[in-house]
Design a protein around this ligand. Structure first.
Ligand code: 5AD
Ligand code: SF4
Ligand code: FES
Length: 360
């Protein structure tokens, strides 16, 4: 066995490695051979199979506003980008999306948007409660950025039970390179702890290969995630957007993204790990490879076709020309083709029992 294979095998067996070994594995990732990568992916998938079997959870994504008051340097929706057509769906349009999604058998809706002041707490609550009223058997997930604890509490009472807020990076210096000074990593983390305390199922996550990201940053991400213990961890490659300051930065690689997905699966066996749209964007079979490396969630797009092409966080985004029904069918076929089965179940059953450990 090679040194890397020993580390991978130990991580798979124990769900943890001493910090120095975990760091070493991360450091070696670019030079792993084909067999070592395959071993890692296989072990991660085996772990996912043991918890979730061949089920892949479906979540319907509704990108309801591309207006954002923030100016994250990596994102195409940043406020300084004057080149995009901004849109907001009305409440009726959002409800129409969830109705159509329901007919397509979706039972979880993810309402995602920029930090758009138009959507006041009152309006968000109204939308959430109306979705829950129409579809009481569905889960509503919000992904609308940093809000006050009080706002989060109100959304929760209105019926939102899950919240996605990627931490982006758990390294303060790196956070400062990705964001303008008015955004702070501490505040973002506080939001995540608030959400958890209120009772949300929480999703965190980071980009792979973002500008300035080092191996230490990834270590910090794993330490932070181990502390937070989120229910979901969303990762995807950084992909440059041509109208952002990072336009000329290299994108994150397929290999690194699959590597980190597999590591996450081994360290967090019960986590929900999406095979993201960004992963599907850097390779035509990226999402399938994500599943084979331990992911167990896919989020087909339910946004109206008329606005799909306007929610561009990065260049080259897939599924922008397709209808909800097409994406749904396409995703189902893609998963069946690799031996997996999309399920509309809510994915709550796994229990999320976790154990505190001091090392990886
Ligand atoms: N490339 C990849 N992912 C991006 N995101 C934002 N911009 C980019 C980009 N250029 C991710 C962020 C954000 C999520 C909604 O999309 O991690 O949290
Ligand atoms: Fe706004 Fe989110 Fe893009 Fe940052 S990443 S600019 S908060 S939409
Ligand atoms: Fe959207 Fe294939 S998943 S078109």
């Amino acid at each position: 066995m090679t040194y890397a294979e020993k580390l991978i095998t130990a991580l798979a067996a124990n769900g943890t490695l001493p910090d120095s070994d975990f760091y070493e594995l991360i450091r070696m990732r670019k030079s792993l051979g084909e067999e070592e990568r395959e071993l890692l992916g296989r072990e991660a998938r085996r772990k996912a199979d043991s918890v979730y079997g061949k089920d892949v959870y479906l979540r319907g994504l509704i990108e309801f506003t591309n207006v954002c008051k923030n100016n994250c340097l990596y994102c195409g929706l940043r406020r300084d980008n004057r080149e995009i057509r901004r849109y907001r769906l009305t409440k009726e349009e959002i409800l129409d999306c969830t109705d159509r999604g329901y007919a397509l058998n979706f039972r979880t809706f993810v309402l995602q948007g920029g930090e758009d002041p138009h959507f006041t707490d009152d309006l968000v609550c109204e939308i959430v409660s109306e979705i829950k009223e129409r579809h009481p058997d569905c889960a509503v997930t919000l992904s609308i950025g940093e809000k006050s604890r009080e706002s989060y509490r109100r959304f929760f009472e209105a019926g939102a039970e899950r919240y996605l807020l990627r931490h982006e990076t758990a390294n303060e210096e790196h956070y400062g390179k990705l964001h303008p000074a008015e955004l702070s990593m501490r505040h973002r983390m506080q939001c995540l702890y608030d959400l958890k305390e209120i009772g949300y199922q929480v999703g965190a996550g980071f980009m792979v290969g973002s500008p300035g990201q080092t191996d230490d940053c990834y270590m910090d991400d794993f330490h932070f995630l181990r502390e937070l213990q989120p229910h979901m961890i969303g990762i995807g490659p950084f992909i440059p957007h041509h109208d952002t300051p990072f336009r000329d930065c290299p994108k994150g690689t397929l290999e690194d993204t699959l590597f980190f997905l597999a590591l996450l699966r081994l360290v967090f066996p019960e986590a929900l790990l999406p095979a993201t749209t960004a992963l599907g964007t850097i390779h035509p079979l990226g999402r399938e490879m994500g599943i084979k490396n331990g992911a167990n969630v896919v989020m087909p797009n339910l946004s109206p076709a008329s606005v799909r092409g306007d929610y561009l966080l990065y260049d080259g985004k897939i599924c922008t020309g397709d209808e909800a029904a097409e994406c749904r069918r396409c995703m189902e076929m893609r998963m069946e083709r690799i031996g997996y089965h999309v399920t509309v179940g809510r994915g709550d059953h796994a229990g999320f029992v976790r154990h505190g450990t001091s090392d990886f």
